[in-house]
Design a protein around this ligand. Structure first.
Ligand code: G4P
Length: 534
């Protein structure tokens, strides 16, 4: 099936019903499992195992995904849209590996809420904290899902205390575990006054709710032994006394996080989490742009590209730009204005990404993510509007922490290399710098795995084998300031300067001392570690 003969989608077109969110977690906390179970709970898929199965299929279709297979990690973000009870969920997947944090950060710029998955035995881990901080920068509301309570874990109250103090975030429990590990008997849904126990006995998945009016009835109604129930209820009572009650405003401002204790594997608190997202997470939020703030209720269409993925279908050397709509009602065939290029483009065959298939978009609204097939006209960070000249802010490029010279075995392939690197840079796989002196391009990445992906894709997709040589630089900084000062800086430091693909001046620092010295010598200039796309 090609991109043009996909079935068309019939989603409701009420923008307020959109919940666009990501799941953030440390690798292994259970993001993939939870994603799958959320799709299952929503009715988007009918059998567990689809997310992985789908991944496997995709992997076999594309050479460079060999790396995913070999390393057992996911390096690409994807989008999954599903509808339940009139709420349209757009789940943006983020790669968990820290080397791909740049991609993850950009994905987080496109969401309005996040689910933070924490392993009950481990508490906050490094990657959770990093991603949480990114969400906090934008005050994104966060729902916490404490996973794997069917295994031995830390005491629930201690866990909440550690998360709350570790992240300086207020927490309030929504579901509470009755025992953990071998003592796990189920969860209490506090607001709905229900107990959820494993179906068919221990080890089962979440069964039908058992209602109660007062917690004192739970023992008699469920038959759970006192030895396990009593400490659970004591913990809950303490938590209720110590922790704030749920408050929607406080949640939406990013100060208070509702907490679900659950087991993704056994489907505990998954349907509850989905309900919570539908009820509490905000619809599409206002977005800051260069000239003004854009709100979801505006009639004119606007959106920005947060990801470009190439060769999703090797039969068609296509690229798909993932466009997050921020306002208006998009219709297929619309002409939109790309401020960077100063050109209009027709969006002829936009795609929705559902769990099991892609469908053609007839209409989409703020909050939606649509795929726009193109041949390289759209880049990460591009803004599309109906004509207004504005650019959405907050889609960052980070200063790379590893810089390498790209060496060709076959010098005849210099042109292909240039094109391939340019494509990879547009996709956000790497940053590419052209040194002021010398001809070998320099690539900059956040982590070493990104270099492997790059080399593998250059061979697999462009037939260009490359080697890397260590470049004598430790980091890159974008240089900004008064034009005369920038020129003076460039004249004195030509051998340590380069340009990024937009022609912006970059200082390639040989060591930390050189960077310090440059900052001291040129106090009027800024040496930026993050550059926002313009
Ligand atoms: P990730 O995407 O965050 O990296 O985590 P993923 O869902 O892949 O889960 C990591 C491991 O934790 C998997 O086990 C998964 O089955 C397990 N897991 C996830 N949620 C739960 C849970 O609620 N309870 C328990 N007991 N385990 C859970 P694995 O052995 O690494 O993989 P697999 O062979 O089971 O697929």
């Amino acid at each position: 099936m090609t991109m043009t003969d996909l079935p068309t989608s019939k989603l409701n077109t009420n923008y307020a019903s959109r919940r666009t969110f990501a799941i953030i977690s440390h690798p292994d906390a259970g993001k993939t499992t939870l994603t799958e179970k959320l799709l299952l709970a929503s009715g988007a898929i009918h059998l567990a195992g689809h997310v992985r199965a789908r991944g496997e299929r995709r992997r076999t279709r594309s050479d460079w995904m060999e790396i995913e297979q070999k390393r057992g990690i996911s390096v690409t973000s994807s989008v999954m849209t599903f509808e339940r009870d009139g709420v349209v969920f757009n789940l943006l997947d983020t790669p968990g590996h820290s080397d791909f944090s740049e991609d993850t950060y950009r994905t987080l710029s496109a969401v309005d809420a996040a689910v933070m998955v924490i392993d009950a035995a481990k508490g906050i881990e490094a990657q959770t904290r990093k991603l949480f901080e990114v969400c906090r920068l934008r005050d994104i509301p966060i729902i916490t899902y404490i996973n794997k309570i069917d295994r031995e874990g830390l005491d629930p109250l201690e866990l909440m205390d550690a998360i709350s103090s570790g992240l300086a975030l207020d927490l309030t429990p929504v579901t509470w575990p009755i025992g953990m590990g071998t003592d796990f008997r189920g969860v209490i849904d506090i607001t709905r006054k229900q107990v959820l126990m494993p179906e068919g006995g221990r080890g089962g998945t979440q069964g039908q709710p058992i209602a109660f009016d007062d917690v004192s009835e739970i023992g008699a109604k469920t038959g759970i032994e006192d030895r396990i129930l009593e400490p659970a209820l004591e913990g809950l009572e303490l938590a209720s006394g110590l922790l704030p009650a749920f408050d929607l405003d406080s949640f939406r401002e990013g100060h208070l996080s509702p907490v679900f204790f659950g087991s993704a594997l056994k489907e505990f608190s998954v349907a509850q989490l989905l309900q919570g997202l539908g009820d509490w997470a905000p619809g599409p939020l206002p977005r800051a742009a260069t000239t003004r703030t854009v709100t979801a209720d505006e009639s004119a269409v606007s959106g920005f590209v947060f990801k470009v993925q190439a060769n999703m279908d090797p039969n068609h050397r296509d690229r798909v730009a993932f466009l997050r709509l921020c306002s208006g009602r998009f219709k297929r065939g619309m002409k939109l204005f790309n401020a960077r290029e100063g050109k209009m483009m027709t969006i002829a065959a936009p795609i929705f990404f559902f769990a099991q298939e892609r469908e053609t978009v007839d209409e989409a609204v703020a909050g939606d993510i649509i795929g726009v097939p193109n041949h390289g006209t759209l880049r990460v960070g591009d803004t599309l509007t109906e004509g207004e000249k504005l650019t959405f802010e907050g889609i960052p490029s980070f200063a790379p922490e590893m810089l390498r010279r790209v060496m060709l075995d076959d010098p005849m392939k210099a042109k292909q290399l240039q094109k391939a690197l340019n494509d990879m840079a547009e996709e956000g796989v790497t940053q590419v710098f052209k040194p002021m002196l010398g001809s070998q391009p320099i690539v900059g990445v956040v982590g070493p795995l990104q270099l492997d992906v790059l080399a593998s894709r250059l061979v697999g997709e462009y037939g260009v084998p490359v080697r890397y040589e260590t470049a004598p630089y430790v980091t890159a900084r974008w240089v900004a300031g008064d034009k005369a000062d920038v020129t003076r800086f460039l004249d004195l430091n030509r051998s340590s300067c380069g340009e990024d693909r937009d022609g912006a001046l970059v200082f390639l620092a040989r060591n930390a001392w050189a960077l310090d010295q440059a900052i001291k010598d040129f106090p009027s200039l800024k040496f930026l570690a993050v550059r926002e796309r313009s």
